[in-house]
Design a protein around this ligand. Structure first.
Ligand code: NG1
Ligand code: MG
Length: 518
């Protein structure tokens, strides 16, 4: 089983030089804070998603890559039961707390939102994992975890769609496991446990970000699969000639605060898609595996698989054969079109949804509205299903394009087809998933009009970052258009440093790792 690498220097960065000052500052801050040197560092990167948005929590594959920006935790384990969290960024005020002396797993007060809660999430999943796999380290659960002193340094923009939260949680889990004596951390285990960590602060994430953060490799993008099992498969993106392809990642500088808007945005999508899967299943008399984050309802992937296996009695899809995947997903789109009347396609009230499911509104509330609090007048169930199936189709078409592109092929044709898929993804996010924003639309339109083949929001949306497909040659024009038409217009007083941080060319980077300081 592959384990996360251990480094003794910064050679895992493409640009180690650029990070040296950062690490020096981190180490001196630690020493000043705790009067001792850290013994190791846990690190995990942010990611950019190339294509496949709001489908990971339906278990449809996505295509992200890890980035050079990351979260690093310098650590010193102690024999007391105290955890002290500090950060090189003054905005994150120090926190400390005691681990329960009786060896029990801590709990979180969800109503009190703080950065320390993300550490607590990590502690919960890491502790449960230790109890499950290494119970002797904590004497079967009667001994507490080790105390820890930590200083964090992160350069993933927060609320920016590059998954700072996942990078933070994964780096923290690595730090906690290592402190408690687990040196060899399997990528599979690390992904599996980190995927659910943020659920403890009430954000019902899928598993793309954590998986990309763990499995990232230099020069490689990732195919993140959820079925038949969760895994990140690194692969080389084809190169293009004579114009070398690049991904530009830009931040709209409009923060998407997922935590505060969850009830009407992110979490509502999770619920709407679960409702969609159950309505589709009802139409064919199928009973779905209850695999959504609600745990009382299915997912759209579960519907697709059950429809083929139980209704059409066809063998299960292995997730790899792109042609079969495309065929099945196109069938799903047809089903979504015919399951709802024109009137229902506008959106459904609670009564209408209960009626379609042939249950009472009280039962509807029990199944769909209890585990995850959401607010709505109508649920746009048809639109969400349409977004998810069409978006997965675009992921498969992108993969097909990558696999079929040969070095001797015309790059322009390839880039145009790839860009079109990215643009279609953005259109669907805007029209069917309602997860775009005026700023995101503006940024994408500017870059496409100035030399990008495609542009789209990356991550949850409603603000945050965008990813643009362009080439080394076309890049300067795209960047200067974005500066002139977007940043200067909306943020005229932005410092040069902030502007540089908002516009980055991203190369695929190394995933989670340990840095040994002994
Ligand atoms: P961001 O916005 O980057 O955190 C979120 C989810 C992903 C995925 C995307 C939408 C988290 C940690 N991650 O990404 O799992 O669902 O939205 O594709 O919330
Ligand atoms: Mg996040």
């Amino acid at each position: 089983m592959a384990t996360i690498p251990i480094y003794h220097d910064l050679s895992f960065y493409t640009d180690a030089e650029r990070n040296k000052a950062r690490y020096k500052n981190l180490l001196s801050k630690f020493k000043k804070e705790f009067n001792v040197d850290p013994t190791f560092m846990g690190r995990s990167p942010g990611r950019v998603n190339i294509i496949g948005e709001h489908i990971d929590y339906n278990y449809f594959s996505v295509l992200p890559m890890a980035m050079e920006v990351d979260v690093v935790a310098a650590v010193h384990g102690t024999d007391d039961q105290k955890v002290i969290l500090t950060n090189t960024n003054q905005e994150f005020v120090s926190e400390q707390f005691e681990l329960p002396a009786d060896g029990s797993v801590i709990s979180i007060n969800k109503n009190h939102h703080s950065w320390g809660n993300y550490f607590r999430c990590s502690l919960i999943v890491a502790h449960n994992f230790i109890l499950e796999k290494y119970p002797n380290l904590v004497e079967g659960g009667s001994k507490p975890l080790k105390g820890m002193r930590l200083t964090y340094d992160g350069n993933v923009p927060t609320g920016g769609g590059l998954s700072s939260s996942a990078a933070f949680c994964v780096a923290s889990i690595v730090a906690i496991l290592k402190t408690n004596g687990i040196d060899s951390i399997s990528k599979e285990d690390l992904t599996r446990i980190s995927v659910v960590s943020e659920h403890y602060v009430g954000v019902n994430t899928g598993g793309m970000d954590q998986c990309a953060s763990v499995y990232g490799e230099r020069e490689k993008a990732l195919l993140v699969q959820f079925r038949p099992k969760l895994v990140g498969i690194p692969f080389k993106i084809p190169s293009t000639k004579p114009e070398e392809m690049v991904f530009l990642v830009t931040n709209t500088l409009v923060q998407a605060n997922k935590h505060e808007t969850a009830a009407t945005n992110y979490n509502l999508r999770v619920v709407e898609m679960a409702v969609a899967s159950e309505i589709l299943a009802k139409k064919y008399g199928l009973s779905l595996m209850k695999d959504s984050n609600l745990k009382t309802a299915g997912t759209l992937r579960s519907f697709m698989d059950t429809y083929y296996e139980q209704y059409l009695r066809q063998p299960p899809w292995d997730g790899n054969d792109v042609v079969i995947g495309i065929e099945r997903t196109q069938e799903m789109l047809k089903i979504a079109e015919t399951t709802f009347s024109e009137e229902e396609k506008v959106g459904l009230t609670t009564e209408q949804m209960a009626k379609k499911l042939e249950i009472s509104t009280k039962q509807f509330a029990e199944v769909f509205l209890t585990a995850i609090p959401v607010r709505y007048d109508i649920m746009r169930v048809y639109q969400r299903a349409k977004h998810v199936f069409s978006e997965f189709l675009r992921v498969l078409e992108t993969l097909k394009l990558f696999r079929e592109h040969k070095p001797s092929d015309n790059s322009e044709t390839f880039l145009m087809a790839f860009g079109r898929l990215m643009n279609d993804s953005q259109r669907s996010a805007n029209i069917y998933n309602n997860s775009s924003s005026p700023n995101l639309e503006e940024v994408c339109a500017i870059s496409v009009a100035n030399g990008a083949y495609g542009a789209r929001a990356t991550g949850a949306g409603w603000g945050g970052s965008t990813v643009h497909l362009t080439t080394v040659q076309k890049l300067p024009k795209v960047v200067s258009a974005l500066k002139g038409q977007y940043y200067n217009k909306h943020f005229p007083n932005l410092s040069q440093a902030d502007l540089d941080a908002a516009i980055v060319v991203s190369k695929p980077a190394t995933g989670s790792c340990l840095v040994d300081l002994s």
